[in-house]
Write a protein that binds this ligand. Structure first.
Ligand code: ATP
Ligand code: MG
Length: 270
């Protein structure tokens, strides 16, 4: 049976509720992959949740169903009590590969999403400048993506998402391609933005330290079939000190849970 993950403070109205969520993919040869099975997950408004788990355990599939990119094979996702019907500007996804338009400037990339929502060009430019300032990119506003670093590209993608003021931000390994220093800086930045905006964040990562540094709850997934194995509440105040013994204690617990998963998977494969 899957773990039932209720948000901290059950008195709060949940923002995202996944019930009996399942995804099956059919292969060309008639076989079937159960990518996600029996997921029950409730996420509160303003909560920061990280999904972790071994490669192929269904993290991307789960986050894509939650944001409406993939229809579930069974079960459902409610956001603000409404069934999710498809992609929606109120629930934005940020990918690892940034998804920027190379022919547009940094500013133009942020303006694009706002104009697509029907905002007038002057209004969109003003909002885009404000958001670029928030992520520390004002000086790069008139550069093109090929002229800026990978970390800056990811910040543009974050600015573009935040500019439309979504109530939920879904992020699938957004920092995976970045070097360790840039990654640490962007982790601090995303926390700072989250504290200002109080957006609900669902964040996929392979990096257990990143999950402990960012999340209020870490959802550990297991493979074959993809499912929730364990939900860990990280009760540390922000900003979190990675060298603190409490941080190390969460790290130890999460690594042990992770190793247990591997051991169980290896035994069941014998
Ligand atoms: N479009 C698809 N068609 C068929 N199978 C798929 C499809 N997308 C994903 N899968 C399968 O579903 C399972 C879960 O994949 P998913 O990409 O969600 O895992 P993941 O946890 O995000 O992996 P990673 O950490 O490598 O990104 C895998 O077995 C994968 O091969
Ligand atoms: Mg993935």
């Amino acid at each position: 049976m899957s773990a039932i993950a209720a948000g901290p403070g059950d008195q709060l109205k949940p923002k995202i509720v996944a019930t009996g969520l399942e995804k099956r993919y059919c292969s060309a040869r008639g076989g079937e992959t159960v990518a996600v099975m029996g997921v029950e997950l409730s996420i509160c408004a303003g909560e920061f949740v990280c999904l972790v788990g071994p490669s192929g355990c269904g993290k991307t599939t789960l986050i894509q169903m939650m944001c409406g990119f993939e229809p579930p094979s069974a079960g459902r996702v409610l956001i603000d009590g409404e069934p999710i019907q498809g992609p929606n500007p109120d629930h934005i996804m940020i990918f690892q590969d940034y998804g920027l338009f190379p022919w547009r400037t940094v500013l133009g990339n942020v303006v694009f999403g706002l104009e697509a929502l029907g905002m007038s060009t002057p209004e969109a430019k003003a909002r885009a400048h404000e958001t670029l300032q928030l992520v520390g990119l004002s000086a790069a506003a008139h550069q093109h993506p090929h002229q800026i670093s990978s970390g800056m590209k990811q910040r543009v993608a974050i600015a573009r998402a935040l500019a439309v003021e979504p109530s939920v931000l879904f992020m699938d390994e957004p920092f995976a391609a970045l070097d360790a220093f840039t990654r640490l800086r962007l982790q601090d930045e995303i926390l700072r933005l989250w504290e200002v905006k109080r957006t609900t964040v669902v964040f996929v990562t392979h990096d257990l330290d990143e999950a402990i540094a960012l999340a209020q709850r870490v959802v550990l997934m297991a493979s074959s079939p993809g499912r929730i194995q364990r939900v860990m509440t990280i009760g540390l105040p922000y900003p979190r000190e990675r060298t603190h013994t409490d941080f190390s204690e969460y790290r130890r617990e999460l690594f042990e849970a992770f190793h247990l998963l591997h051991a169980t998977a290896a035994n069941s494969a014998v």
